[in-house]
Structure formats: C-alpha cells, structure tokens
Design a protein around this ligand. Structure first.
Ligand code: B12
Ligand code: SF4
Length: 384
C-alpha cells in the first residue's frame, strides 16, 4: 500500500502494530474491516425494546455507532486492543460477595479510571505507526464513544462474544477492557474469533436479576451494573434485594464463566487496588463525607457517579446485609440526609433490617426470600 509518498509492506506493518501494542501494555491487538454486518440491526432491535433504559446516548448516537466511517470519515480498518484489568493482590471476589457486611466493587473499578490509561496508550500506538509510515488518518476510542467495541473486537479476532454479551478469549477470559484505533490505513484484516461457549449457560443462570433475557441479549434495565452506575434516580424497589452487597457494578456473569479460569492478573500499576476498595466494610464507606468521597475517589471511575448515587448504593447494600448494631447506626446517622434520594434508600434499608430482625453475625445476606443464590464457577465446558 502507499501512504503519502511511501510504499509500505502491509503485512509487515500489521505485525509491527501488534508487537508495538504489546510493548505498550496491551495483551492483544487485532485488525478488523470497518464493517459491522447485522450488528446495527440488532442494536436497533435492542433499542426498540427499550433495553437501554435511561442511557439516551445509546439511542441518540446509534447511527454513528452503526458505521465507523460515519463517526470518523475515511475509516477503512479498526485496530482493536485488549488490556487486562484484574488487580493481582485483590481480596477474593467470592469471599467478599459472601460477606454481607462488606461492599463488593467490580474488579474493573478497584484502581484508577481506565479511560485515560487506555486512550493515552492507544495514542502512543498511533504515534508509533505515524513515525513508521508518515501522517495517516486515525482516531482513538475507548468505551465512551459511539463505537460497537465488542463487535469490532470479535471481528478483529481478539475474542468471541459470550452469552453475557462481553468479549471472551481462550487465554484470558473476559476481565479486560477494549479500545480501538479507527484508521484509513489498508491493513490486512484478521480472521474473526470463533465462539467457544458451547451449550454452557452459566452466566445466564447465575445473573441475580435475570438481566440476560436470552443468549447474547441483555436488558440493561435489570443489570446491576446499570442500576448502580448508570441509573440516576431511585433503584426499583423490587430489584433492591437482588443487588446484595454489589455497590458498584457487578461481575457475577464473569466470575461464573469457566473461561475466566484463564484470566490473568494485570501488570498495570494503575489498576492496583486503591483505598482498600476490594474488601471495605459497607458501614465504613457509608461514613465518608462528601469531601472524603471526592478526595479518595479522585482518578477513579467511581467518582463519575457522584456522592449521592454512591450513598444510595451503599444504603441498599447495608439494607441487604446483617442487621448489626453497626449497620443500624450507620443508616440511622443518615436518616435525615439532605438528599431525598439518599433518605429514601436509607428508610428502605432500615425498614428491611427491622422487618428481618436482628441478624447480627449473619454472614451471607443473600439467602433471603426472593433472592437468587450465587453459584460457584462451573467447571464445564472443557476448553475446546
Ligand atoms: C452500554 C454499555 C453497558 C450497559 C449495557 C451492556 C450491554 N451488554 O449492552 C451496562 C451499563 C449494563 C454495562 C455493563 C457492563 N459493562 Co459495559 N459497556 C457498554 C458500552 C458503552 C456499549 C455496549 C453496547 O453497545 N450495548 C448495546 C447492545 C445492543 O450491544 P451488545 O450487547 O453488544 O448487543 C449485541 C448482541 O446482542 C448481539 N446479538 C444479539 N443476538 C445475537 C445472537 C448471536 C448468535 C450473536 C453472536 C450475537 C447476538 O448483537 C448486538 C449488536 O452487536 C460498551 C463500550 C462500547 N462503546 O462498546 C461497554 C463495555 C461493553 N462494557 C464493559 C464492561 C467491562 C462492563 C461490565 C463488566 C462492568 C461491570 N463489571 O459492572 C458490565 C457487564 C454487564 C454485561 N453482562 O454486559 C466492557 C466490556 C469488555 C469486554 N471484555 O467485552 C466494554 C466494551 C467497555 C470497554 N471499553 O472495555 N455496559
Ligand atoms: S453484570 Fe451482574 S446483573 Fe449484569 S448481566 Fe452480569 S450477572 Fe447479571
């Protein structure tokens, strides 16, 4: 291919891009054609069914999402990159989920906000390409742009789409972020990833809120990740008991997945656990002032939801936990909170704890009426 005046060996450049990506901290890099097949039609159906809930941005920017060249004119190929995020030293997820006095924070949010990390790294990768081929058209994205990231990752060979809708890889499971470089370079595209879920339905069966309504289809309005992060107002009362102690996101559908036996700890210092968030007590977090929240969550993705939503989620966690003197005192101290949102969730939690009586010492708060037990990761299917 020719870039400006230069003749470039496309195959060699593609191999270099992947090697540079690994040097820059990505665990895998793949290249896809900038086409999405029938994915935009499925996106349209998902939106038509209202599964996006209050995420208006998903509907507003659907046309750009459906066509890479509409988002960035001239886009011909998409370089997709994977960065693993499991912090090596984090407390075990199952143990935290089983302890109703503790707060479960999704593994992806235990360290620094990944957006900046990935965007900066992708920009450096693009600069390395530019140094080799001269000026070329590109734009980098991760998460917050109208890009069908999982679809593009699957098409670039990075991973197949699991039934929980996330990208999965045979050698890394699914605990990774995705980012892309949209480019006008005519790089050779990789073969799409083959699927290896077989007949396994562990992720669908384990979901506490039954949010995966069919294989590959998620009703976000029921997903704990949506309820604790995206939803601004009150959490629907019927779903509150099902949240257990999950106060920021949810990992259940990934924790149960047999392929996550192969998930690897991230070498990225930015993803190391901060503020003891891997195994903090709900009551301790609930005692943070607004200033504590702003200071301690600076640089964390959690800061984006703001103090009120954070307290709302913690109140639900406390209401689902043991009715210990600590929990009751923590909730009582916020019964007159200035925020109506927080007050209402605190009142709900106090009613729930008083209804259930003093269960001080109860370890697992999830085995109550109407709640689904969390299952351990399945052993089957054997990797193909
Ligand atoms: C909106 C969003 C959410 C929403 C909705 C999630 C969803 N599944 O749609 C909420 C808030 C619930 C959410 C939660 C989470 N998210 Co999110 N989210 C996104 C975002 C911004 C857009 C996703 C999207 O386009 N959804 C719209 C629907 C229609 O798309 P879809 O699910 O891919 O739908 C496809 C399938 O239904 C498929 N399909 C339908 N029928 C069939 C049939 C067959 C046979 C097949 C093969 C496919 C198929 O076609 C559709 C179109 O492609 C992406 C970033 C991005 N820009 O892509 C991150 C992203 C998907 N999220 C991510 C993460 C990490 C999470 C959480 C794990 C965070 C957490 N721990 O709480 C959870 C996981 C929940 C889950 N099981 O999906 C990562 C996933 C990385 C990975 N390994 O895949 C992404 C890619 C962000 C990133 N840059 O890393 N998320
Ligand atoms: S993240 Fe949790 S609530 Fe959402 S689909 Fe997965 S298991 Fe269900």
């Amino acid at each position: 291919m020719t870039v400006g005046e230069r003749r470039i060996d496309r195959g060699r450049l593609a191999a270099q891009v992947k090697a540079w990506g690994r040097e820059l901290g990505f665990q895998a890099v793949g290249i896809a054609e900038a086409r999405l097949g029938d994915a935009p039609a499925r996106l349209a159906e998902w939106l038509a069914r209202g599964f996006h809930g209050e995420m208006d941005y998903m509907a507003r920017r659907a046309a750009l999402r459906a066509d890479p060249a509409a988002l960035h004119p001239g886009t011909h190929r998409v370089i997709s990159a994977r960065m693993d995020y499991l912090p090596p030293e984090a407390a075990g997820a199952d143990a935290v989920l089983a302890d109703g006095a503790k707060a479960y924070v999704s593994r992806y949010a235990l360290g620094r906000d990944y957006h900046k990390v990935l965007r900066a790294r992708l920009a450096r990768l693009a600069q390395r390409i530019e140094a080799a081929v001269g000026p070329f058209g590109y734009r980098v994205f991760t998460d917050s742009a109208p890009v069908m990231e999982v679809e593009l990752a699957a098409r670039s060979g990075i991973g197949w789409r699991g039934k929980h809708t996330l990208a999965l890889s045979r050698d890394a499971g699914s605990f990774f972020f995705l980012g892309e470089i949209y480019t006008d370079l005519d790089l050779p595209a990789d073969a799409p990833a083959a699927a290896h879920c077989g007949s396994c339905t562990a992720c669908i069966d384990v979901c506490p809120t039954r949010a995966i309504v069919a294989p590959y289809v998620l009703d976000a309005r029921r997903c704990i990740s949506y309820l604790t992060i995206e939803l601004a107002g009150p959490i629907p009362v019927a779903l509150r008991p099902l949240l257990g102690n999950r106060v920021y996101g949810c990992d259940d559908c990934q924790l149960v997945c047999p392929w996550n036996k192969y998930a690897r700890p991230s070498p990225e210092p930015d993803f190391r656990v901060r503020n003891g968030l891997d195994a903090a007590e709900l009551a301790d977090l609930f005692a943070w002032s607004r200033e504590d929240f702003e200071n301690r969550m600076a640089g964390s993705a959690i800061r984006r939801i703001g103090y009120e939503r954070w307290l709302r989620n913690l109140a639900v966690g406390l209401g689902n936990g043991p009715a210990s003197a600590r929990a009751l005192a923590a909730l009582g101290a916020r019964a007159e909170d200035p925020s109506p949102l927080v007050r209402e969730h605190v009142a709900w939690a106090l009613r729930r704890l008083s209804r259930d009586g003093n269960r001080d010492g109860a370890k697992d708060a999830r085995h109550r009426e109407g709640e689904r037990p969390v299952r351990r990761r399945r052993e089957a299917p054997r990797p193909e």
